[in-house]
Design a protein around this ligand. Sequence first.
Ligand code: ATP
Length: 594
Amino acid sequence: MTLFYSEIVEVYEEISSTTKRLEITDTLVKLLKKASPEEVNMVVYLTQGKLYPDYLGIELGVADKFMARAIALASGVSTDKILDQYKKKGDLGVVAQEVISSKKQAGLFEFTQATSDQLTVEEVYKTLDKVARITGEGSQDSKVRLLAGLLKKATPLEAKYITRTVLGTLRLGLADMTILDAISIAYLGDKDLRPIAERAYNVSGDLGYVAKIALEKGLNGLKEVKIKLGIPIRPMLAERATSEKEIFERLDNSFVVEYKYDGERVQIHKDGKKFTLFSRSLENITHHYPDVIQHLTDNINAETAILEGEIVAIQPSGEMLPFQELMHRRRKYDIEKAIEEYPAAVFLFDLLYLNGEELIDYPLKRRRELLEQIVKTDFWIRLSEKRFADTPEKLLEILNEAVSAGCEGLMCKSLANDSVYQAGARGFLWIKLKRSYQSKMVEPIDVCIVGGFYGTGKRAGKLGGLLVAVYDPKSDTFKTICKLGTGFTDEDLDNLPKILEPYRIEHIHPRVVSKIDADVWYIPAKVIEIIGDEITLSPIHTAAFGAITKDAGLAVRFPRFTGRYRDDKKPEDATTEDEIVEMYKSQLKKVESE
Ligand code: ATP
């Protein structure tokens, strides 16, 4: 049976109109059950508004202007008129929907709804795939023609979604975990089997592939999914502790202390002479770091390997620069100049695969030994500082040294026999300890922007503040933790509306829980770092509502933006509600002991 594109469009519509996660999952389950093995990966990518898994880094490469030309060609309305409408409406998808609908009504188009003419998922996907792959001279014209052909066959509603997919503005805010739930229910028959699907996703980074394997080969097929070179593994993450003492308890006195470098996490895949670098969010960042690759080529002694480390901007004197400086390396042009201005070293801390063998189930001690065997260290390629602490005082001493050396803090890593590499998970095998600030709130947190407020006075009518939220993985929602109006430079305030515009929506997003009415709402997408004076009880914020007392949630008092945009984090990577509860409790303990 062939799946029609209209069936995916229905799902888009349903997801945009509900606020209930279970309903969204149900809708996806029904869709997945209709897909054939040949279609299922296309279905999953399209519901995510993409064509391929992120790590491939393939973009459709169609600018607004060219999409407007395609809509013009399909509808007979002039490109200028379309662009004019676009300016007014701010969404080319809606413009496409309207012009195609009015043409249809005017009967100017031969428009049939006969089944044989309906767009199928396969046709839409394959056409968009072609569009993405055309390169070279005249490629823009060919892309426009292909897209116009597709739009001609589309219903107005389909045209809206095709346009948004092409421009990468579909943004339904559908979480990976919701798709994994749906895959488990549809193909494994049980939501509780999600961890098996999740493991396959953690090592393959590809939900389309996981769905296909689940459908074709079931549970055993998923268990067989192996690490592959060139395909990024989802990173292992660290928990926080509320005190140095807790670290000793949690890690049973058996742990190694590493510096927590303030740079960009990198996963390095070496396949013979070829190196591929992936970021924390599995983006291919190879082209930003040709210098790093040269150094790795000289210093890694293995045929194939997957290594992890932190890339840090470094001065010739050896002084380490903060993360923000390294971000200058993320530019598209003048890469050579950026390399000269911001040279970078790598501090390696893990080895996940070596010469054909998976190492993630080995304990850390073994992984580190093998890492040390294959790495020749020099100024550019180093191993993370490895220290040991037998008392909380010693740990604090190392923390101070790390901070003086320009690091963010420490990573304490379990050395127990079960200290495996937990791909895609945040657990207590790794515990981070950051430097304290002069306030009760010892650490900055990462929050997701979910709303905005207009300013007053000089900033009347412009964005003056933000409503920000933490993440609750249990309900897959974002819960507000404070209004944020300080710490922004004028430049930030001018840029933020532009950065946030693509995520602006008319109503509160279904995944946001708020008691406050914002002036503007956003899809949870952008993560920023804030620090405050302390965490307090608040009746108006929904973060951890009821966790401490019945009628209050938790809020950050006197929050300030630290200036760090965490573009390396997805919304689900924001600080969690549970972490905030822990931070609140640790504050109380501190007050008690003072
Ligand atoms: P943060 O916001 O603190 O950077 P995160 O959410 O990105 O944290 P965490 O799990 O909290 O991730 O902390 C691990 C991060 O610390 C890694 O993603 C990596 O970028 C960085 N890091 C720096 N040094 C090390 C190290 N020695 N071992 C592991 N991770 C390190």
